[in-house]
Design a protein around this ligand. Structure first.
Ligand SMILES: NC(=O)c1ccc[n+]([C@@H]2O[C@H](COP(=O)([O-])OP(=O)(O)OC[C@H]3O[C@@H](n4cnc5c(N)ncnc54)[C@H](OP(=O)(O)O)[C@@H]3O)[C@@H](O)[C@H]2O)c1
Length: 319
């Protein structure tokens, strides 16, 4: 995939290393990799956990690829997500960068970081995704202690040497994410960045940027947790409480989701935001909202200032 083949017209504005384009999906270079990532990616957890049908996933991803998507993120433990994605992408494999993760081969919460298990998990992911190699394999939120041992990272390095993955990354938050950046062994960091999760903006992203790491924003819409009138289930609960305390003005108006997404993509160092969805029309809807480009410096600073005013030390990055 080359930049020439993208045929993106109408460059309207430069901001640091970011080329903003109107009328086409913007792409950003993922750190020092050769990946030109669509700023709006696809997060594959929901299609697995919500048991979306193969037909719907084929429609969802087919339509999104037509509209400019080229980043699809999934994991070993998102139920049938990898298989659904492999089937939906099919012959269009060359149009997409496939990212997956390893470390929970028997389901989330049952981590297995032994090198042989990580490699076996990756080989299973390749079969499920119907591909010879993924573009990125990520350690799926292992602890700082696990990272410090070094064996899990070495296993991913071996997978890269063997050609099973082009790049290696860490997906996680807090002190482990910081270690992952500072150890210098990963190509990318996937971490939570949103209006309700800004620890990384202050701590890890400046370091990742200085080291030219690719940065993938996970949970970039804070799960749209503000849509719930009552406290939702545990995965969204922290974001729901934080957003009530933050009480951003823009959440009361139309276009709140667009503003939230534009915030995440305005954070310096973020290259792509992998929004999860179960709905075929969503990706295009979110893509359309990005045509407005990044937030203005004043809008961006308002969100940051409110966070600094309200967030306390317990508001750490959420896995
Ligand atoms: N530890 C890890 O490595 C880790 C942890 C969490 C997530 N992730 C990755 O990050 C990805 C994204 O995270 P996520 O799905 O938890 O959070 P998210 O992307 O912040 O939010 C997804 C939710 O937003 C809704 N949504 C999207 N666009 C919308 C719109 N325009 N209007 C209203 N609702 C909208 C979706 O609902 P609909 O279905 O109705 O569109 C979905 O419920 C995951 O798929 C996964 O790939 C990784």
């Amino acid at each position: 995939m080359t930049t020439e083949s993208l045929r993106m017209p109408d460059a309207t504005m430069w901001r640091e290393d970011i080329l903003i384009l109107r009328g086409a999906m913007e792409r950003r270079r993922l750190g020092a990799t050769d990946i030109e990532a669509s700023v709006l990616g696809f997060g594959g957890s929901e299609i697995g956990y919500e048991r979306v049908s193969a037909r719907t996933v084929a429609r969802l991803l087919g339509g999104a690829l037509d509209a400019g998507l080229n980043v699809v993120d999934t994991a070993e433990c998102y139920d049938e997500s990898e298989t659904l994605i492999g089937r939906a992408i099919g012959a269009r494999r060359r149009e997409v960068y496939l990212f997956t993760k390893c470390g929970h081969p028997h389901g989330w919460g049952r981590g297995d970081w032994r090198p042989a298990s990580l490699l076996a998990s990756l080989e299973r992911s390749l079969r499920r995704l119907a591909t010879d190699r993924v573009d990125l394999i990520q350690l799926h939120s292992c602890s700082l202690a696990e990272l410090e041992k070094g064996d899990a990272i070495a296993a991913l390095e071996r997978a890269r040497e063997r050609g099973l993955a082009r790049y290696i990354g860490y997906s996680g938050d807090g002190e482990a994410a910081r270690y992952a950046v500072e150890c210098g062994r990963f190509d990318t960091l996937q971490t939570s960045v949103s209006i309700a999760d800004q620890e990384a903006v202050d701590v890890t992203l400046p370091l990742a940027r200085a080291r030219r790491m690719g940065v993938i924003a996970k949970r970039p819409l804070a799960n749209v947790a503000w849509r719930y009138a009552r406290r939702p289930g545990s995965y969204y609960e922290d974001y729901w409480s934080r957003l009530r305390a933050l009480d951003y003005d823009f959440l009361r108006h139309n276009g709140a989701v667009a503003t939230a997404l534009r915030f995440t993509l305005s954070v310096p160092g973020v290259h792509t935001a992998i929004v999860g969805t179960t709905k075929p029309e969503r990706w295009q809807e979110n893509a359309a909202s990005l045509r407005a480009g990044p937030l203005s410096p004043a809008e961006f600073e308002r969100v940051r200032a409110r966070w600094r005013e309200v967030a306390d030390t317990s508001w750490v990055g959420q896995v």
